[in-house]
Ligand binder design. Structure first.
Ligand code: ZN
Length: 177
């Protein structure tokens, strides 16, 4: 599926440009090292994503959102995650929302991408953001390499600081299990 292959490629390009190769991958640190180019009114400008942790209350129970906020011209790309969810869930949310920005879903005039769960239900942007997040947090080469040495699912998930269910989904997608 083109949507998925594009998201994987974008995640790999992002890792190449911003990752020091160490596990676990930190989406927040990657976002600081990544430049997002905004094209508007025939002009180009470069921005960093603004990644913020909000309370469950402020997010009305959602896991997070990615939004173009025009009032802050310096940092119009916002990624917000719920600091009251489990740490592995927060990291997935960060990677997913960051994916929405990198993949060009966060555009002036678009509705914010709000995420209460990560069940894409056929929504192509959500499928793409989930695919991006999986590749970012669990880079294929490293998953293949470590899965040969670490056969316990929980230990492997811990190595990448993801949930065991996210790791299981990843191993299945890569046809390792
Ligand atoms: Zn989303």
């Amino acid at each position: 599926m083109h949507v998925k292959s594009n998201a994987i490629e974008q995640a790999r390009i992002t890792l190449e440009g911003a990752w020091d190769g160490r596990l676990p991958v930190c989406p927040e640190r990657i976002s600081v090292q990544t430049t997002i180019v905004l094209h508007r009114n025939g002009q180009e400008s470069e921005h960093r994503v603004l990644m913020k942790g909000w309370s469950d209350e402020d997010l009305n129970g959602d896991s997070g959102f990615a939004e173009f906020r025009d009032q802050d011209a310096g940092q119009p790309f916002w990624c917000v995650y719920n600091i009251h969810e489990r740490p592995d869930r927060q990291r997935f949310t960060q990677a997913h929302e960051f994916g929405h920005v990198v993949l060009g879903h966060v555009i002036d005039g678009n509705k914010p991408k709000r995420d209460s769960n990560f069940n894409a239900k056929g929504d192509l942007d959500e499928i793409a953001a989930n695919t991006f997040a999986a590749e970012l947090l669990m880079p294929e080469d490293l998953v293949r390499d470590f899965s040969k040495r670490i056969t316990d699912l929980n230990a492997l998930a811990m190595k990448f600081r993801v949930s065991p269910s996210a790791m299981k989904t990843r191993l299945k997608a890569l046809r390792i299990i």
